[in-house]
Design a protein around this ligand. Structure first.
Ligand SMILES: Nc1ncnc2c1ncn2[C@@H]1O[C@H](COP(=O)(O)OP(=O)(O)OP(=O)(O)O)[C@@H](O)[C@H]1O
Length: 682
């Protein structure tokens, strides 16, 4: 029982418990050396027998370990994660000063707390007759004289322990703050990398999953190279320090404990790898659950309208079950690992005490030395356990980092910047034999052969059945995607040669479902400008007026300072949102305007107001305008109308031209809508 208690005290804060342990060790030694059979009815012979069995088991384990394909494992690690490891530590490089300070504090605290057991051992020997005789003969060593000094000046001992404690506090502070800096750095880098990605990337990756990686994974990686690094370094110093002191205290007993080490190492190697795999699986499962929560919470209105709460709950529970399944596996791996440590640790201590007591009996060891040795052995075993923690946390960090680095290092197919910035843009856009399929649906191309000239300073309308690719055409103009074949030119130059950001700044866009950000109306309108903070107040007012928004904005008590979006106190109607989006598109007086169903959400009056404003605007400016419209009556005055169907432009001309084509797609669409409107009116 005493042994159980002794080993049960093997905790991470061994340093503060040393006196208690010392006493317990002493009591065990007494029992073993003087009383023979020990508690729980286990005899010395039985212990020796189990030691023999243990040796057989160890050989078996060694054979089993060699059966594990270590070469292949190492190769796969080399291929996928050693690079990541280097990258993880590169993240820590900017904070090396802080990390080094933390590690210096570690050196101070470790030196103090490693020396304490030796001093305590010597204090015990103060009561040992054999030792006393040695001292009288003048053979006292420096540790003994230091022990005597501390015995006479207990406040000095307290002072040394206090310095050690301060060093520990400082270490934790430096490591903790370094960790947070690393996490912030990593999050910023990953966020910027994700923001740089092309649309194809966002089509393939789920937003909730990426947010989860940004929050949870970076936390794990940051911890792996800060607090974990410090714990690992502490474990390493303690392991080698106490190992060396074990040898110094008693070489014979050190040999006895040595045979357990390979087993402990093997245990944490195998289970550490296993744990890493489960952690990665867990991260993916949590990210998938987060994805569901994010998407459903942000679309809660749709869920409510479709009475889909139960369905969504079931989908979420399914993800929770998956997390539970992985968690059980992770639990088994962790349990087996810690059970393994506990077993090997207890076994080693049993053997040490047994053998140590017999050495005392033969006069080859003092009580104090055995006490110190046992404490060092416990330190050594604990640090081995901590090293295993360090290893598994590092593996966790590697697991979490591999996806993060993939995000961070991904090179977008369409860069954000780089290329020509034309001084005088005319704004003629030409689609030349363009073919395109969305990267995530390559099997069903949207365009097979598009040839279309969008003249500068004119209004071009694009119409076609739903799903024919009208919005896709606008996305290709904005260079959110590149054509698979053919090319798009602007003023005769391939669009790929222009600087993408510069090019997008020449285009004012109002999309089908405009999104406003959670900030004031003023900021939302100014957001369209290159430098929002430099936009003049008058310009914002003007854009609001052009889009017929001024009146309703003034109706809000806070006017332009009214908060909108998710955090907004005032919810805007669809029409109001659309008009603010139009103001945002107009703020920079863009050379090209792309209106994708820009008036679809407006009621008849609002639509009239917006249309009137736009007509005025278009009449006075010489912008190139592309209108994607469903209400065909609204594009009567367009300079040309392109009809999209089955992946190509099937008709092109003015409203009158197209209405003259018998059995034409456009004519049919117009007729269908006219009938639809008539039916609607009943
Ligand atoms: N990001 C995407 N990834 C894969 N397929 C997409 C993507 N966006 C649109 N599509 C598909 O491309 C096709 C054309 O879509 P698009 O939105 O361009 O049509 P549209 O003519 O504007 O339709 P509507 O008039 O209904 O708005 C549709 O079949 C749609 O499902």
């Amino acid at each position: 029982m005493l042994l159980l208690k002794l080993l049960g005290n093997r905790s991470h804060c061994l340093n503060c418990r040393t006196p208690t342990l010392q006493l317990q060790v002493q009591r065990c030694v007494n029992i073993w050396s003087k009383q023979g059979p020990i508690a729980n009815g286990v005899s010395r012979n039985a212990l020796l027998l189990s030691a023999k069995n243990f040796l057989y088991a160890r050989n078996g384990a060694r054979r089993w370990l060699s059966a594990v394909d270590t070469k292949r494992a190492a190769k796969s690690l080399r291929g996928t994660t050693w690079g990541d490891l280097k990258e993880i530590f590169a993240l820590a490089a900017p904070y090396k000063g802080r990390l080094c300070l933390g590690l210096s504090m570690l050196a101070i605290s470790s030196s103090i707390y490693l020396f304490v057991p030796r001093i305590l051992g010597k204090l015990i020997d103060e009561f040992d007759e054999m030792k006393k005789k040695k001292e009288e003969a003048g053979t006292e060593d420096s540790a003994s004289s230091l022990a005597r000094y501390f015995k006479e000046n207990p406040m000095a001992m307290l002072g040394v322990l206090f310095i050690g404690a301060c060093a520990i506090s400082a270490r934790i502070y430096f490591m903790h703050t370094a960790g947070q800096l690393i996490i912030n750095n990593l999050r910023t880098k990953v966020f910027s990398a994700v923001m740089r990605q092309d649309m194809a990337f966002f089509d393939k990756n789920k937003v909730g999953e990426m947010v989860s990686r940004l929050s949870t994974d970076s936390l794990i990686v940051g911890y792996a190279v800060s607090m974990n690094l410090s714990e690992g370094a502490r474990a390493l110093v303690t392991f080698f320090g106490s190992g060396a002191l074990m040898v110094y205290t008693s070489l014979a007993m050190t040999k006895v404990v040595l045979f357990v080490i390979p087993i402990i190492l093997g245990t944490f190697y195998v289970f550490g790898r296993l744990q890493r795999r489960y952690t990665q699986m867990m991260q993916e499962a949590v990210a998938s659950a987060n994805q569901i929560a994010t998407e459903r919470f942000s679309n809660v209105r749709t869920v409510r309208m479709l009475v889909a709460e139960k369905k969504e709950q079931a989908a979420y529970i399914e993800r929770m079950m998956e997390i539970w399944r992985i968690s059980k596996l992770e639990g088994i791996a962790r349990g087996a690992m810690f059970g393994g440590f506990q077993f090997t640790g207890y076994f080693a201590m049993t053997v040490v005490l047994y053998y140590g007591s017999s050495l005392i009996g033969q006069g080859l060891l003092t009580y104090g030395d055995l006490s110190s040795f046992c404490l060092y052995a416990v330190f050594c075993a604990t640090s081995l356990g901590n090293l295993s923690n360090f290893y598994t946390e590092l593996m966790k960090g590697l697991g979490a980092s591999s996806r993060l680095f993939e995000l961070k290092n991904r090179v977008p197919a369409i860069p954000l910047t780089g290329g020509i910035k034309a001084e005088h843009l005319i704004g003629e856009i030409h689609f030349e034999s363009v073919a395109f399929a969305y990267p995530n649906r390559e099997e069903s191309p949207i365009f097979t052969d598009i040839n279309l000239k969008i003249p500068a300073g004119k209004i071009t309308a694009v119409v076609g059945p739903s799903g024919s690719g009208k919005s896709t055409l606008a996305q290709l103009i904005l260079r959110l995607y590149d054509p698979d074949q053919g090319r798009i030119t602007v003023d005769g130059v391939d669009l790929k040669e222009y600087d993408p950001s510069w090019w997008r700044r020449q285009i004012g866009t109002v999309s089908q479902e405009p999104v406003l950000f959670s900030t004031t109306i003023w900021n939302n309108i100014a957001y369209g400008a290159e430098k929002a903070e430099e936009v003049e107040n008058g310009r914002v007012q003007q854009a609001a007026q052009q889009s017929n928004s001024l009146e309703f904005i003034h109706d809000f008590p806070d006017g332009f300072q009214t908060l909108v979006g998710e955090l907004g106190s005032s919810m805007l109607s669809g029409g109001q949102k659309q008009r603010i989006a139009i103001a945002r598109a107009l703020i920079m007086n863009p050379r090209i305007l792309v209106m994708d169903e820009a008036t679809s959400a407006l009621d008849a009056t609002s639509e009239y107001l917006v249309r009137q404003a736009l007509s005025k605007l278009l009449a006075n400016s010489h912008q190139t305008v592309l209108i994607i419209a469903h209400r065909l009556s609204t594009i009567k005055h367009a300079d040309q109308i392109a009809v999209l169907d089955k992946g190509t432009i099937v008709e092109l001309g003015t409203f009158e031209d197209l209405m003259r084509i018998e059995d034409g797609v456009f004519k049919k669409l117009v007729e269908k809508q006219t009938i639809g409107w008539r039916e609607d009116s009943f």
